[in-house]
Ligand binder design. Structure first.
Ligand code: SAM
Length: 271
């Protein structure tokens, strides 16, 4: 993520927020007095705060790999005494936070896993930090039809810009393969076999103006940092035009109200 754009992210995350609420609803009726929750890839902390405002919840720890996101979350989404925001890598939880072992009754992660290459490692870490009987709800963006996956990868190959991306390694790892493949992956990570939910659905968000689309892209197109400062807006304009070309609802309109398609996989597992 681009380090200085977290305020933009926070303003334009209504799509992420919607799928985050749907994910949270998988715990409907399962909150218990004294719950201790870990939010992995908490970003700017809006959902972390919402979890902490649940009266049953004793404490929430939000971790994110970005120090700037954590700064933003601390500043804008704190709840006195109930949330701790920490900088950390979900793939390295056992090395960095030994005191997380069996420390949580619930682990939550909304639209973060697609930024993590080794998903099996993340699920093993999640299982390790849950108490026996604890559960996790985690989602991930899936497949090659989602719009962001396409804009992210194709924009690095635009002829006008390709020279800036020498040595750039894309770090956006949508999930491919069948639901059965994903089920195989999580079944190796130490959770109980049942009950287990693995649910796929498609949704998205509409943004109305070109500026909103650019603000949405600014923090999440990580390769923007490879573009010289004075050319960043030009690059974003080309990303917007690329988005317009590949977006499903643009064929008959010059309108900038375009739709970002998200293909989501929700997972609920119990230890
Ligand atoms: C799309 S944002 C989602 C943020 C938040 N969960 C929300 O719903 O708005 C993905 C987040 O994952 C974080 N992230 C990426 N890789 C990570 C990793 N290896 N460990 C922890 N967080 C990571 C990013 O910094 C970013 O804040």
């Amino acid at each position: 993520m681009n380090e200085n754009s977290w305020a933009c992210y926070s303003r334009n995350r209504k799509g992420q927020h919607g799928v985050g609420l749907r994910l949270l609803s998988l715990w409907k009726d399962e909150w218990k007095k004294g719950d201790v929750v870990l939010d992995i890839g908490c970003g700017t902390g809006e959902l972390t705060k919402m979890i902490a405002e649940n009266d049953d919840v004793n404490q929430v720890i939000g971790i994110d790999i970005s120090a700037k996101a954590i700064d933003f979350a601390r500043q804008h989404n704190s709840v006195d005494g109930k949330i701790k925001y920490l900088v950390g890598d979900a793939m390295l939880l056992q090395d960095s936070f030994s005191y997380f072992e069996k420390a949580f009754t619930k682990v939550y992660s909304n639209v973060a896993l697609q930024w993590m290459e080794n998903k099996e490692k993340v699920f093993r870490n999640v299982c390790w930090c849950l108490k026996d009987g604890g559960s996790c709800v985690i989602n991930v963006l899936r497949g090659e039809n989602e719009t962001f996956y396409n804009v992210y990868h194709r924009s690095t190959k635009l002829p006008k810009w390709i020279k800036y991306f020498e040595g750039f390694e894309p770090k956006y790892y949508s999930v491919f393969g069948s639901l059965g493949d994903f089920d195989d992956l999580v079944s190796r990570c130490g959770f109980k076999q049942y009950p287990r939910i693995i649910d796929a659905y498609t949704t998205g968000q509409s943004l109305n103006t070109k500026e909103e689309h650019k603000d949405f892209m600014r923090p999440v197109l990580t390769h923007l940092e490879f573009i010289p400062v004075d050319l960043k807006e030009d690059f974003l304009e080309d990303c917007f035009q690329l988005f317009r070309r590949i977006s499903p609802n643009t064929a008959h309109t010059e309108d900038d109200a375009l739709f970002w398609r998200y293909d989501i996989l929700d997972v609920k597992l119990v230890k």
